[in-house]
Design a protein around this ligand. Structure first.
Ligand code: GLN
Length: 572
């Protein structure tokens, strides 16, 4: 197999591919361990096989070496069966059958915990056998089918069972039989142990490739959704449980050193495979049959150590800078909305605008970043009439963030500063926050605008509302954007043919179908065009209406007598 499949040597520019090629070449020389021959069929495998695959949470796959060679999944099947049991039965029921404590013993130890005679955890054989019994299905055939459906949805392709390996383990799996009968004796399993073991041996004999397992690992990194198919296999809450147990028990009695050296939730299989998961980033699979005395692939451990070190993936490397949640903040005396204002209004906003603060948030909102955001909001509120928080660049808000923001809205009620939110509908991943605000009576009182400009315009209008401008209908044509650039003579010409019209808020200015004899130029205020659906034919009529601008602003326009058809159209 070419060192890098499907990539012409000349294009070896991607840094990840180049690193993997180098890593594969170096670790190929690592010796030690031997294929697991306690399952005779596994002992026949070529020990030189060696593949590495990395899958990202959006389905990009980097691979090198023997990444398409089929092998049996073995114990890497266990976290996925555990997740399926959680998904189907819920935590309380599963916890009655298997604990979450590392044993510090070998994976095939015949021990149960003293708490309730339970298997210690779902990663050792005893726990996995108890979990296997929880696979739904009225018949063994249905249970086997459901198990294969699970692994096929995780791989994103139809998987099957390696019958030779299955038979080999069925014939030699006496230790597992002892474990199963011991659990029957303690009522940890209820069905015929041979039937439960049949499913367990089959789940261990599912044929996969290095790429398949990298995608399965990336599914866990992606909150339970397969990055290739987009299919949600597990709820995020159960992915957390799976990763937690993988982190503490996945590498058996090497788990402590693994957490210290690699620091990613992982699971090994005696066929010589290891998967590791970096939540939110990638899934990794290494396949190399020679395993050590603890049942973990020798090269697999080395590869994961190097990837973790090279890409700084250890779970306890701090990569979060909560202070970056505040992108910038500014005041309305310096940054104005796009609304056209008269000179007097602009002058007033220049002196009063500092009472409006706008804060742009960004990134993911979780406890640390939300705490920063709210602290900054509170500081701005101390000397503001309005504080606009713009969520345009926020792409996530977890439950804790939603709770904190709703509580902040409550705490600001009745205070001198009013909280205003903008751009919450920008990203449907903020829906939890929108719902939390809607469901909380305090949330209703937080005004929300489609974007920061609309929010800023509303705040400006509030500042202008109290002002008493002398809005004579007479003001310079040159102030109107449409006429900007006209010479004084041209402005005088325009003024000679126009007459001001003043409309109150909500007045209807024209209706669709009116005779087109006037040409309107909007001098101040805003106009809305409303489509009203009338009558049984649902005919839509368009109505132009002066928009409900701020209380003081009345709709003004100038109209020019429509030029008679023979004369040149009105300039400007
Ligand atoms: N660690 C493993 O992969 C063990 C799985 C193997 N099928 C057994 O039960 O022993």
């Amino acid at each position: 197999m070419d060192a890098i499949r499907g990539t012409a040597k000349a294009e070896l520019t991607a840094p990840v591919e180049a690193f993997l090629a180098d890593l594969h070449a170096r670790v190929s020389k690592v010796t030690g361990g031997s294929p697991a021959d306690y399952i005779p069929e596994l002992g026949k495998v070529d020990p030189s096989l060696f593949g590495i695959a990395i899958a990202t949470v959006d389905g990009q796959i980097y691979e090198v070496g023997d990444t398409d060679v089929p092998f049996t999944i073995q114990s890497v099947s266990k976290p996925f069966m555990y997740g399926h049991a959680l998904q189907r039965h819920g935590r309380p029921t599963v916890l009655k059958h298997v604990g979450v404590e590392p044993t510090g013993e070998a994976f095939n130890s015949i021990v149960l915990d003293e708490v309730a005679n339970r298997p210690f955890n779902p990663m050792v054989n005893a726990g996995a056998i108890a979990v296997a019994e929880m696979m739904p299905g009225d018949t063994q055939e249905q249970r086997i089918g459901n198990m294969l459906d699970l692994f096929s949805s995780l791989a994103g392709r139809r998987l099957g069972i390696d019958e030779a390996v299955f038979r080999s383990e069925l014939e030699t799996g006496h230790r597992n039989r002892a474990i199963a009968y011991m659990m029957l004796n303690t009522a940890m399993i209820e069905r015929d142990p041979n039937e439960v073991l049949d499913l367990y041996f089959r789940q261990c004999s599912v044929n996969v490739s290095c790429c398949d397992l990298a995608i399965m690992a990336a599914t866990l990194a992606n909150d339970g959704t397969n990055p290739l198919t987009g299919k949600a296999v597990f709820d995020a809450q159960y992915v957390r449980d799976m990763l937690t147990v993988m982190n503490s028990c996945g590498m058996y009695d090497y788990a402590g050193e693994w957490a210290y050296e690699v620091g990613m939730p992982a699971k090994s299989g005696v066929s010589g495979c290891i998967i590791a998961v970096m939540p939110g980033q990638i899934g990794i699979c290494v396949y190399s049959p020679p395993i050590d005395t603890q049942g973990n692939s020798v090269r697999g451990i080395r590869v994961c150590q190097e990837i973790s070190s090279e890409f700084e993936l250890h779970a306890f490397n701090n990569r979060t800078n909560v202070r970056s949640v505040v992108r910038r903040d500014y005041r309305a005396d310096l940054v104005r909305s796009n609304r056209l204002r008269t000179l007097e209004e602009r002058n007033l906003l220049a002196t009063e605008g500092h009472k409006v603060a706008v804060l742009e948030a960004q990134g993911a909102l979780f406890f640390g970043s939300t705490e920063q955001l709210l602290r900054k909001t509170s500081a701005l509120a101390a000397d503001s009439r309005y504080v606009v928080v713009d969520f345009k660049r926020v792409h996530q808000a977890d439950t804790s963030a939603c709770k904190l923001i709703v509580r902040a809205a409550k705490s600001m009620e009745g205070s001198a500063a009013e909280l205003v939110f903008a751009s919450l509908a920008e990203d449907d991943r903020l829906d939890p926050l929108v719902r939390a605000l809607a469901e909380s009576q305090h949330g209703h009182r937080v005004r929300q605008f489609r974007d920061a400009d609309a929010a800023l315009e509303w705040c400006e209008d509030q500042l202008l509302a109290g002002a008493n401008f002398n809005h004579g209908t007479k003001f310079a044509v040159s102030e109107i954007n449409l006429f900007k650039g006209l010479s004084p003579g041209e402005c005088r010409l325009v003024e000679s043919v126009i007459r001001p019209l003043v409309f109150e808020r909500g007045d209807v200015i024209m209706r669709e179908g009116d005779e087109a004899k006037l040409f309107f130029v909007l001098a101040r205020g805003t106009v809305s065009v409303q489509i009203k659906v009338h009558g049984k034919g649902n005919r839509k009529k368009r109505v132009a209406r002066s928009a409900p601008a701020s209380p003081s602003a009345r709709w003004r326009c100038w109209t020019a007598a429509a030029a008679p058809p023979t004369s040149s159209p009105m300039s400007g």
